[in-house]
Design a protein around this ligand. Structure first.
Ligand code: ZEM
Length: 293
């Protein structure tokens, strides 16, 4: 990996694009890796709570226990390992900035929209990560086996509307489930390395049947010779009266989906990032300090 000039984020995006191609991994491209990276951006940010004002992508706490060993984060070490050479050559960028930059770069490289991104996140050391996430890991990330009220509860806590929740869920046009990670199995769409509104179109088709197997409950259908899947939480989007109209709109209008996804994902990667006047983000206050009057 080359070293790029400090602060040259465009050049860093080019470095990220170079590691996207990974013929040996999953669907042949690092698309899923940075689908990985996409999920990485999401998991680096996705445990934020508006109420308690902790979690979020600032700090990059998932490099350390407890987040790094949380079963919900299983497999993310692949994404981390693909980014290590870039980080090593460019120690000036924080992990939290690099992960979110990698996620947004991957989405765009796979045909998705441009996503607003700015630097300034700082990293925790391991002690800070443990303190920050005391009592946090485990119950914050959504559980794919559950239904609409769970999805709404998790994302409302992060400050998202029904519209934004459905838009964000469109990320399942990328990548797949892995038996050895989540227990679920298979991709959501036929071409899982191309960002599109396919996921919404498929959700609306009356093709989904419960899969008969020894794994966790999921849906399956065969489309164009490929076995596809939906999680219970995916199906919840067409079963819920608040979510379904957005599934229909995004299925009919890919531009609208791209626009809404870009805004919602841009918001996701800013959760927990408090910038000062210079754009540099303070680490979120420790709970001990929060308790003081
Ligand atoms: Zn996911 N996701 N996700 N997600 N996700 C998986 C994979 C991917 C949920 C979920 O349980 C799972 C969002 C929302 C939600 C991606 C992006 C985003 C997997 C499979 C599960 C079980 C993991 C495995 O086995 O490897 C649930 C319940 C969600 C909310 C209701 C949001 C929001 C995302 C980004 C904006 C991506 C890209 C993947 C594919 C990962 C890969 O390795 O290919």
């Amino acid at each position: 990996m080359s070293r790029v000039k400090e602060g040259d984020y465009q050049a860093l995006r080019e470095e990220v694009k170079k590691v996207l191609k990974q013929p040996e991994y999953d669907d042949g491209s690092a698309g899923p890796v940075f689908v990985r990276s996409l999920r990485l951006a999401w998991h680096a940010s996705g445990n934020f709570s508006l109420v308690e004002h902790n979690g979020g992508s600032n700090g990059a706490g998932m490099r350390y226990p407890p987040e790094s060993v949380d079963p919900a984060n299983a497999g993310l070490h692949h994404a981390i390992s693909f980014l290590i050479p870039i980080q090593a050559a460019n120690p000036w960028i924080s992990h939290a900035d690099l992960w979110t930059l990698a996620g947004t770069t991957a989405i765009q490289a796979m045909g998705g929209p441009e996503i607003p991104w700015q630097p300034g996140r700082s990293d925790y050391d391991s002690a800070e990560a443990a303190e920050e996430h005391r009592g946090v890991v485990g119950d914050r990330l959504p559980d794919g086996a559950l239904g609409a009220s769970h999805v709404r509860e998790v994302f409302t806590r992060m400050g998202f509307s029904d519209r934004e929740i459905v838009a964000l869920s469109g990320a399942h046009a990328l990548g797949r489930c892995h038996r050895d990670r989540s227990g679920f199995d298979g991709p959501w769409v036929v071409n899982p390395t191309r960002f599109s509104n396919q996921y919404f179109k498929l959700l609306l088709r009356p093709i989904w049947k419960p899969r008969e197997w020894d794994g966790p409950f999921q849906y399956e259908a065969t489309v164009a010779g490929t076995k596809l899947m939906m999680l219970p939480t995916d199906m919840a989007l067409v079963e819920d009266a608040g979510f379904k109209p957005w599934v229909e709109k995004y299925a009919a209008d890919q531009d609208l989906f791209f626009k809404d996804f870009s805004m919602a994902f841009g918001k996701l990667i800013e959760l927990g990032v408090d910038r000062d006047d210079t754009g540099f983000a303070r680490l979120v206050k420790k709970s001990a300090e929060q308790g003081k009057p």
